[in-house]
Design a protein around this ligand. Structure first.
Ligand SMILES: C[S@@+](CC[C@H](N)C(=O)[O-])C[C@H]1O[C@@H](n2cnc3c(N)ncnc32)[C@H](O)[C@@H]1O
Length: 269
């Protein structure tokens, strides 16, 4: 029977402290530390031992709420050194792969580690993410982001220029590619990936997509599809319900494809 997890905030837990839409903070709870906001301060030690969902008051008598962070919160609140993958795009692309607990997957590039942390959470407790980047400083920052959410033991980092040297790991269950030149990675990904399994890739520009799809086709990938996920938030207010006027209008075009083996069989009948 599945273990029932206690809904109590413990020392070092990540908590989303929410005051309002403009004031939401992903904090690691440590006794003795304070969170300072323009609506007042709160003592993080005082929320330890209390349940998630707690309502409290800052020293300026403003309400704050202690919420469980979603996976999207964990992604969006990483310390960024690069652009990151967005939840709307990753949600779709993850469902286009067969990745789950125990999977071994490759990710290129590590960047800020936003994708790394979601993959690590998904493959845990036994699986592993092999995360590659050519920038050691980006890997160092991403490591800290992953350690903060508690999945460091599910990630192995490699500092390599993959276009030049390829991947060190083979027989993986999926390859996730988020670099400016994905077409240069396709042949390397094909060597690393299990037959029949998935390569997914993100690109902001149509020219990148065209070149990547052509390379996938010439390297025996099938079921290639390209999509764009358009997200629109609705404002639900007394004065009227309508879409928000501003927001992120474009992130990336999303490619998914599956690897075909070189060897073939011929049907006898
Ligand atoms: C857009 S960022 C990846 C962001 C990441 N997906 C995230 O969600 O945080 C692209 C990264 O790819 C790395 N990169 C680009 N080309 C590379 C290559 N040929 N080999 C290794 N890393 C590469 C860059 O250094 C950069 O960190």
């Amino acid at each position: 029977m599945a273990r029932k997890e206690e809904n109590i905030i413990k020392e070092k837990d990540l908590v989303l402290v929410y005051l309002d839409e403009k004031r939401q903070f992903l904090v690691q709870v440590v006794s003795g530390l304070k969170l300072s906001t323009d609506h007042g301060n709160l003592d993080l030690g005082e929320i330890i031992g209390k349940p998630f969902g707690l309502v409290g008051k800052t020293h300026l008598e403003r309400d704050f709420y202690c919420l469980k962070p979603s996976t999207a919160d964990l992604m969006m609140k990483v310390r960024r050194t690069t652009t990151i993958v967005y939840p709307k795009d990753l949600g779709y692309l993850l469902l286009e792969t067969a990745v789950g607990p125990g999977s071994r997957v490759i990710e290129l590039g590590t960047g800020s580690g936003a994708l790394t942390l979601v993959l690590a959470k998904l493959v845990a407790p036994e699986g592993v993410v092999y995360s590659y980047d050519r920038r050691e400083d980006f890997i160092e920052n991403a490591k800290k982001n992953i350690e903060r959410v508690g999945y460091a033991h599910n990630v192995e980092f490699s500092c390599v220029d993959v276009a030049e040297h390829g991947f060190r790991h083979t027989d993986v269950d999926a390859v996730f590619v988020d670099v400016p030149e994905p077409w240069a990675i396709v042949p390397k990904a094909s060597e690393a990936l299990k037959g029949g399994h998935h390569l997914v890739s993100w690109s902001p520009n149509v020219e990148q997509v065209k070149r990547t799809v052509e390379t996938l086709e010439s390297h025996n990938f099938k079921r290639t599809k390209v999509k764009e996920i358009i997200e629109r938030e609705l404002l639900v207010r007394l004065q009227g319900v309508r879409p928000r006027e501003r927001g992120i209008t474009h992130t990336a075009y999303l490619i998914r494809a599956q690897k075909i083996n070189a060897a073939r069989i011929n049907s006898k009948s």
